[in-house]
Design a protein around this ligand. Structure first.
Ligand code: CP
Ligand code: NVA
Length: 311
């Protein structure tokens, strides 16, 4: 179903395709833990373009390709002529002649879209200013592990900045049937076009997608509480100002009193303790949060196998 396609946004995936990715991710995780060979991409090469920093994304894509029997090439802006102004449409056509798939982490979402338009091989969005689909698919896998495979009817509360994670959560929850509410300051809401699309997508699963400004209202009865940095990559200069604006949007013990007793707390990392989350809560939910980090590997292996393999 997904063979040969790009993965730029969860919005572009059908509910069945989301479930197919999650099912294969569970399967590949079990195989890896059991030491069963799963060389689904033997002899294939993934190009990884990084125009922003990364710890988890680089490690998980690179290790994932190796475990699938292929290899990955790390390409920073300094390595590529792209960084010296070679057009995306030329770079994409050239890279397609050598590679079996391309992963991109960049700023404007339009850069990934343009790359995918000109590439003949699958393009995977590994974070743009607008979306971070691989992370949210990973988070769905992690929720299934901690809350059971049926995600329908769970409540997720996002607290903090309306950013690329919030946008992708709206799409992911809409497809998974998770009732989603984001609490952000009035001027830091997520993308309104994404919100409208997600509300439309959610009709298929019956999920609700809501935006509020009160974190306590959002956290009420939540099964999952999630947050992310107050200043994303590219917003470093606004960090001090944002610390003041977001001070009431912290995931801490007081906020969690509103949530369901069996709540889990998630964070895509990197986390800034004392800002969007306290050290106490990070450590209390470390089992979930570091499962979430590990699961990038398994989820992306599934994505790459489905897009670039012979499924
Ligand atoms: N969560 C995530 O994407 O981490 P990195 O920025 O370290 O890749
Ligand atoms: N919102 C964060 C996510 C990092 C994985 C950023 O874009 O920097």
């Amino acid at each position: 179903m997904l063979k040969g396609k790009d993965l730029l946004s969860i919005h572009d995936l059908s509910v069945d395709e989301v479930n197919e990715i999650l099912a294969l991710a569970h399967d590949l995780k079990a195989k890896q833990k059991a030491g069963i060979e799963h060389h689904l991409l033997k002899g294939k090469t993934l190009g990884m373009i990084f125009e922003k920093s990364s710890t988890r994304t680089r490690l998980s894509f690179e290790t994932g390709m190796y475990q699938l029997g292929g290899q990955a090439l790390f390409l920073s802006n300094r390595d590529l002529q792209l960084g010296r102004g070679e057009p995306i449409k030329d770079t994409a056509r050239v890279m397609s002649r050598y590679l079996d798939g391309i992963m991109i982490r960049t700023f404007g979402h339009d850069r990934v879209e343009e790359f995918a338009e000109w590439s003949d091989v699958p393009v995977i969005n590994a974070l743009t200013d607008l979306l971070h689909p691989c992370q949210v698919l990973t988070d769905l896998l992690t929720i299934q592990e901690h809350k059971g495979k049926n995600l329908k009817g769970l409540k997720m509360a996002y607290v903090g900045d309306g950013n690329n994670m919030t946008n992708s959560f709206m799409y992911g929850c809409a497809k998974a049937g998770i009732n989603f509410v984001a609490a952000t300051p009035e001027d830091y809401k997520p993308d309104m076009q994404v919100f409208a699309n997600a509300v439309e997508d959610a009709k298929e699963t019956g999920a609700t997608i809501e935006l509020v400004t009160d974190p306590f209202e959002a956290a009420k009865g939540a099964d999952i509480v999630v947050t992310d940095t107050w200043a994303s990559m590219g917003q470093e200069a606004e960090h001090d100002e944002r610390k003041k604006i977001f001070k009431d949007y912290q995931v801490n013990a007081d906020l969690l009193k509103q949530a369901d007793k069996r709540v889990i707390v998630m964070h895509c990392l990197p986390a800034y303790r004392g800002e969007e989350i306290t050290d106490e809560i990070m450590e209390a939910y470390a089992d979930v949060i570091f499962d979430e980090a590990e699961n990038r590997l398994h989820t992306q292996k599934a994505i790459m196998a489905l897009l670039m393999g012979d499924y």
